[in-house]
Design a protein. Structure first.
Length: 255
């Protein structure tokens, strides 16, 4: 047993769980790898959350550099809870994992200390900010090696980041090397500005998709995508001062 978060009192029974049995630190008396973390960061502290639902507000600190979401895990940030990520943090998502934001996700990096969402193993699925999420915002972040989907999954989940019936802003961020789209907006009025979309050149790779709503899409760079920007289903998107280059098919497609 070990504390999940060593910064929280050991008297809180909910803050104890079984070590992940993965991280080793030194050798035991027989010369074998010691599955323990003496005088080191507890193995469970690497997890964004041990339970599948975030139970308390949490800040991912740049001092610890990286955090993990387990493979095949849907991490839910419930209403009333906030996950805040400090600049410079890397979040590594396991194969087919995802994040559902009903509460608040604040991922606001800086120009020289970006927040990175990347793969721990395989391809992660999707981060989606849902209707009712309050105060969520994305800036100076990198999204890569995600967007995994299967044919039975809803279309709005076929992107690394989805904003669904919510107006969370996205700025100064990079979307690259995706299995599907970089960013998907559905019935959203989000401000999307100063981002780079470089998702890849297979047929599933679209830099950004907007369905319905009236988002403002400005000063972005769309490069090396199969489709750059895809606008559909009555979207009243405002598209200004963007750069499009090296699209395999359409730079902008509107239906």
């Amino acid at each position: 047993m070990e504390r999940i978060d060593f910064e929280i009192s050991g008297e809180d029974s909910a803050n104890w769980s079984i070590a992940d049995n993965i991280r080793t630190n030194g050798l035991d008396a027989n010369g074998g790898s010691l599955v323990a973390t003496p005088k080191a960061r507890n193995s469970l502290h690497y997890f964004v959350s041990v339970p599948a639902t975030l139970e308390r507000d949490k800040k991912l600190k740049k001092f610890f550099k990286e955090y993990i979401i387990q493979a095949d895990r849907t991490l839910t940030i419930p209403v009333g809870k906030t996950l805040e990520i400090e600049p410079g943090v890397t979040v590594r998502l396991g194969n087919e994992s995802e994040i559902v934001v009903l509460g608040t996700l604040k991922a606001e990096g800086t120009e020289d200390k970006k927040i990175t969402f990347t793969s721990l193993s395989g391809l992660w699925k999707n981060i989606r900010i849902m209707a009712g999420s309050a105060g969520s915002a994305i800036s100076h972040a990198v999204f890569e090696y995600g967007g995994r989907y299967f044919n039975n999954m809803p279309l709005e989940r076929r992107a690394m980041l989805s904003i669904l019936e919510n107006n969370a802003p996205v700025s100064n961020s990079i979307f690259k090397n995706s299995f599907s789209a970089g960013l998907k907006l559905a019935l959203s009025d989000s401000l999307v500005e100063k981002n780079q979309f470089m998702t890849g050149t297979s047929t599933a790779n679209t830099g950004m998709i907007a369905t319905g709503g009236a988002p403002k899409i400005s000063d972005n760079v769309f490069a090396n995508n199969y489709h750059g920007l895809w606008i559909e289903s009555g979207s009243r998107a405002s598209v200004e001062n963007n750069i499009f280059r090296d699209s395999v098919d359409y730079a902008i497609f509107s239906i």
